[in-house]
Design a binder for this molecule. Structure first.
Ligand code: HEM
Length: 189
């Protein structure tokens, strides 16, 4: 790892940023940042480089001590959903002139224009057991119309790796899910 970091100082800088980021108490009150840039194209064909974040409506709270059990983050989330829906806002940050789109390790300056582009509402959790997620490929380049890749090389690399992984795991026996349908039906207990 030391050798890799010496050859890739940008990775060391990105790891320092990750380490400085405040942790929250769980999945429900955390912000999820895309890091990678995308190009949004409007109806007139104008292209705009953006990064996005899913920002929770729940206020961020620091961790409340070590959780109980290996899967406590999942069980906490299931418990929160049993009490009511959870919402995140899709906040799109628009690149300023010269902001790097091809290097996900470099943050853009603060104060860039941001647009609240929509709301994600989670109303229930679903277990892998009988759920559709095993049949999904999480290829980050399968994008809706109006969104396309930037010159960021990471999504293209991920696309190839995810296709290979999907092919390999499709041929494997399915193992039991860590978070069962029973746990979900009982509200994360
Ligand atoms: C922005 C950075 C990344 C994000 C947000 C991300 C996110 C994800 C997500 C959400 C999944 C699906 C997880 C699940 O099944 O529960 C996944 C799977 C996976 N990721 Fe990443 N990932 C990132 C970077 C990478 C990189 C750089 C690699 C390796 C080159 C990688 C390799 C994989 C593989 C092999 C899978 C399993 C794919 C499958 O079998 O369908 N990821 N990732």
């Amino acid at each position: 790892m030391g050798g890799f970091l010496a050859r890739h100082p940008e990775t060391g800088r990105a790891l320092a940023l990750l380490k400085a980021r405040a942790l929250t108490s769980g999945f429900a009150n955390d912000t999820y940042n895309s890091l990678d840039s995308l190009i949004f194209v409007n109806a007139e064909g104008t292209a705009t480089a953006v990064r996005w974040a899913m920002v929770p409506e729940e206020a961020a709270r620091p961790p409340e001590g070590p959780g109980v059990g290996r899967d406590y983050l999942f069980h906490d989330l299931i418990g929160a959903l049993a009490r009511g829906p959870l919402r995140w806002h899709l906040v799109v940050t628009v690149a300023g002139p010269g902001d790097p789109t091809g290097d996900a390790t470099v943050p853009w300056p603060a104060g860039r224009r941001q647009v609240d582009a929509g709301t994600l509402t989670l109303v229930r959790a679903e277990s892998e057991e009988g759920g559709p997620c095993t049949g999904i490929t999480y290829d980050p380049l399968i994008l809706p119309e109006g969104m396309g890749p930037s010159d960021d090389p990471i999504p293209a690399a991920r696309s190839a790796v995810y296709a290979r992984s999907f092919t390999l795991r499709s041929g494997e026996a399915v193992t039991a899910s860590a978070v069962t349908g029973t746990a979900i039906r009982s509200g994360g207990q």
